[in-house]
Structure formats: structure tokens, C-alpha cells
Design a protein around this ligand. Structure first.
Ligand code: FAD
Length: 456
């Protein structure tokens, strides 16, 4: 049965009530169903299985790999009416939410109770917990708290046939057979609809110490990471590295950002520590930075003296769109590819050199903007190629993925596969692994109705 048939749409409306089924071309072609509860999701899925209708679940639609794209024959299932924060357990340090809860609201609710929900990323105001779970999102604090996988104590999921897989309890420890939640985490909506979750909260850090540091070579950078990690007694929460091309473009004359330290170094790093006493932690941080300078691990440094200075440093790291808005790049004659790859730290320097060598020369206006979460082995490599002989965006992607494959890395560290990277999945996963993934999908979703065609 077609998703446009009036009988099908009436059945969905009977389940979800007034305004339960809408059309919104800005979110793709075809109807979108908006359930209000797990039971409604289950009823919807039973109808879809009966009529063999494929379903694409989405939260905030902020994913970066076309994971929510629909082709016109697929029903959209939006989690926007399942956004409740159901409760906080202060003693157990957990929060129970519906999957449509927006990340920023979860963070703010945790903070109101004196807790930190540590996952943080640029799309926080729109991205949902269900989307974070389904992409196993990472972000800026992975080095200390881990990825979304490390924040999820339990989750509830509805399968294609309407079966509700209930949540296990919130205990961190639960070794009773296969832990099925880990298949849903990073599953990109291909195994079922995640409907609720129990999140792990941490102590809210009351102090933040932040510095912008220039480093003379890659060897010093890796030594600096080990040094700061050791000296800061487990409070290191961010170690965000930027190659000079990115830093100099972001803090050049045509941008609103002032360089915290002068240009002219090959590498820069934003370091942040989060702890329990602002005055004491700031003093300790300054001591650590002086010691790093004396050991020649640091060439220059600016330590944020106020919340405003700290935020300004983060803007330089986060506001990537500046590169395309400030005229630094000629967007009309551009081949661009954004990637998020991972590999052993020791391979990164050589990797960036190899990509740069395959690009048109600097005289053409080409750049390779590289930044990333060094401690997590994760780099965002964004080549901008210009000039008449520039590689196409697809060729740029393949230059990157070839170099990743050679080093035993992964073509996606954070954002997932979706449609965008599907044709490259077997560049860093074996046929045996992919076949096993297909068989697992068939167990959960034998009719291939859940986000079909995504990942593989
Ligand atoms: C400015 C910006 C910065 C970002 N920074 C980072 C970053 O630092 N690190 C990082 O990892 N990611 C980052 N992202 C991308 C990140 O993956 C998403 O922001 C987020 O995790 C997706 O949440 P969403 O609700 O928007 O999901 P959507 O985009 O709606 O969906 C993403 C995928 O999850 C599936 N899905 C969504 N909800 C459910 C559900 N309830 N059940 C089953 N499947 C579901 C969808 O089918 C799709 O495959 C960034 C995005 C933006 C726009």
C-alpha cells in the first residue's frame, strides 16, 4: 500500500490523533507521523509492517550524513511529540527521557539539579537524545566522558513488527547476556525506533580553566597531551587541535575573531580542564602551563582570564562556517569535502601531509582545514580545492579515505555512514563484518522496513 493512500493515513491518524500526521516539504517528501508514546510507535509499526511501508525515523535532522533522507515512498516518523523529561534520580545520578528530548534541554535540566550531562556538540539546540543515540554522537568532551554509548544506561526500542524491547534497569553493571542496547546505539535507525532512555549524569564541574596554545611540532603535541593529562589529575576535558591553515583563516583580518596567540606556528591547541574549585584549579592550570613551557612542549600560550575570553576561544574552534562566509574562500569555484575520520595519533601528522600533497598548490587558493579531537584519535579534515584542475568533491573524499584505509583508521569517527558514506563502508570494514551486520539487521527487521538503504 502506498504511504499516500487515504486508508493508510487514516489508520495512522486514528493512532496518533489530531495533527498526528502532517506533510512538511522542508523535512522531505511524503507524510510524517508524530507519535506521542511508545505504545503509539508500536501501533504505527504494526500498521507499517502489515502494509510493508518503510519508515525513516528522525529527531532534530541535524545529522551530517543524509541519514534521514526519504525518497518519497518512505514514511517519516518524527519524535518531536515524544520530548518529555520523565524524571531525575538524584541518588542514582540518572535522568529518564523520551527519545525526542532535545540535547540542550537535557543539559539544562541536569544542571538545574547540580549535574552535568556531558555530551555536547554544535547542534545541541536541535539534536535529540534519540538522534545522539542512533549516531553514537561524540563531541567536545569525549576525551573525559566518552561518546554517547558511555552515557546510556538503558534504552527502550520498538521493532518493525511493533514489539517493544523494554528498558533494562539503570545499573552501570549488567552482565546478563548480550547487551542489546549497544546495537541500537550507532544503529542509525536501521534496527528499530529508540523511544526512551536512561541517561548517566556526572557531577557538575564548577571550575573551567582554558588556554590557547601554540606548539612547534607534532611530537611536542603528543607529549603535551600526555603531560597535561598526567598533571591535571583526571580533569582534562578537551584537547582540540587545529592545524595552522584553519587557525590563520579563522583569525584573519576578514573574520570577527582576534588570534589569542600570534600566527606563525604549525599547530595550535585549545585545552580545557573542568574541576571543583575555580581559584585553586586556575592556579594549578597556570602552573602546569608554565611547566609545559619550560619543557619546551609549548611555544606560546594565552590563558583565558574570564568567561568571555574562554567563550571567544571556543568560537574560533567551533564556528567553522566563518570560513565560507567571510570571503576567505571563493565559494563559487570550490571543491569541498568534509570528513570525520579516526586513526592512531602517531599516524596523524603524516596523514595530513599526504592529503595536502595531493591538493592543488597554495597559489591556487586551495587549503586543507584540519582540526579535531586529538585525544580521541579523531580528525576533521576539510579540503577546499580551487583552480581549474581541482579534484571533484568525490575525488577529495577518496583521497582522504585511501589515506585512512592505509593507516588502519575509520572513515567515520562520529557522524556515521547514512547515505553519504555508504559506498565507502567496505574501505575500512571487512566483507565478513558487513555480512554479519546485514544478518543482525535481518533478525531485527526481516522485511527491511527500518531506514532501508542506509549504512549498507
Ligand atoms: C553544528 C553541528 C555540529 C555537530 N557536531 C557534532 C559533533 O561534534 N560530534 C558528533 O558526533 N556529531 C555532531 N553533529 C552531528 C550529530 O550526529 C547530530 O547532531 C546528532 O547526533 C543527531 O541528532 P538528531 O536528533 O538531529 O538526529 P537526526 O539527524 O534526526 O537523525 C540522525 C540519525 O539517527 C536516526 N534517528 C534519529 N532519531 C532516532 C530514534 N529515536 N530512533 C531511531 N533512529 C533515530 C535517523 O534515522 C538518522 O539515521 C553535529 C551537527 C551539527 C549540525
Amino acid at each position: 500500500m502506498s504511504i499516500y493512500s487515504s486508508e493508510f493515513l487514516q489508520r495512522l491518524t486514528d493512532i496518533t490523533g489530531n495533527n498526528g500526521v502532517i506533510e512538511d516539504p522542508s523535512r522531505g517528501p511524503g507524510p510524517i507521523v508524530r507519535p506521542r508514546s511508545t505504545e503509539e510507535v508500536s501501533e504505527i509499526m504494526k500498521v507499517c509492517t502489515e502494509h510493508k511501508v518503510p519508515v525513516v525515523t528522525f529527531g532534530g535532522n541535524t545529522g551530517l550524513v543524509q541519514g534521514t533522507r526519504r525518497n518519497g515512498d518512505e514514511l517519516g516518523l518524527s519524535m518531536e511529540r515524544m520530548a518529555a523529561i520523565e524524571g531525575i534520580d538524584v541518588a542514582g545520578r540518572t535522568m529518564t527521557v523520551q527519545a525526542g528530548a532535545v540535547l540542550q534541554r537535557v543539559q539544562e535540566t541536569a544542571e538545574e539539579s547540580g549535574f552535568l550531562y556531558p555530551l555536547d556538540l554544535g547542534g545541541r539546540g536541535t539534536a535529540t537524545i534519540g538522534g545522539n543515540i542512533s549516531t553514537n554522537a561524540g563531541g567536545n568532551r569525549v576525551i573525559r566522558y566518552g561518546m554517547t554509548r558511555d552515557q546510556i544506561l538503558a534504552l527502550e526500542m520498538v521493532l518493525a513488527d511493533g514489539t517493544i524491547i523494554p528498558m533494562q534497569g539503570p545499573a552501570i553493571k549488567n552482565n546478563t547476556g548480550y547487551d542489546l542496547k549497544h546495537l541500537a546505539i550507532g544503529g542509525e535507525g536501521t534496527l528499530g525506533v529508540v523511544t526512551r532512555a536512561i541517561l548517566r549524569m556526572r557531577t557538575f564541574p564548577v571550575s573551567q580553566a582554558c588556554a590557547w596554545v601554540a606548539v612547534n611540532d607534532f611530537d611536542s603535541l603528543t607529549k603535551l597531551l600526555s603531560f597535561i593529562d598526567r598533571e591535571s589529575s583526571g580533569t582534562l576535558s578537551s584537547f582540540e587541535v587545529m592545524w595552522s591553515d584553519y587557525y590563520e583563516a579563522m583569525t584573519g583580518d576578514s573574520t570577527p575573531y582576534k588570534p589569542p596567540v600570534p600566527h606563525g606556528h604549525p599547530l595550535y591547541v585549545l585545552i580545557e580542564l573542568q574541576g571543583g574549585n575555580q581559584e585553586r584549579d586556575q592556579v594549578r592550570f597556570e602552573e602546569i602551563m608554565v611547566a609545559a613551557y619550560e619543557q619546551q612542549l609549548v611555544a606560546d600560550a594565552a590563558i583565558a582570564q574570564s568567561e568571555g575570553e574562554r567563550m571567544a576561544m571556543w568560537d574560533i574552534r567551533d564556528d567553522v562556517n566563518q570560513l565560507f562566509e567571510n570571503g576567505f574562500i571563493d565559494v563559487k569555484n570550490l571543491s569541498f569535502y568534509s570528513s570525520d575520520v579516526s586513526m592512531p595519533i602517531n599516524d596523524m601528522e603524516d596523514f595530513v601531509k599526504e592529503i595536502t600533497a595531493e591538493m592543488p598548490g597554495k597559489e591556487s587558493g586551495s587549503h586543507v582545514f584540519v582540526f579535531g579531537h586529538l585525544g580521541d584519535g579523531n580528525l576533521h579534515v576539510n579540503p577546499c580545492a580551487q583552480g581549474p584542475d581541482r579534484p571533484s568533491p568525490k575525488e577529495l573524499g577518496e583521497i582522504i579515505y585511501r589515506a585512512v584505509r592505509k593507516r588502519g583508521g575509520s572513515i567515520s569517527a562520529e557522524h556515521g555512514i547514512g547515505l553519504k558514506r555508504k559506498e565507502y563502508l567496505d574501505w575500512t570494514r571487512t566483507e565478513t563484518e558487513i555480512e554479519l551486520m546485514r544478518r543482525i539487521k535481518a533478525v531485527f527487521d526481516p522485511d527491511n522496513l527500518m531506514n532501508p538503504g542506509k549504512i549498507f
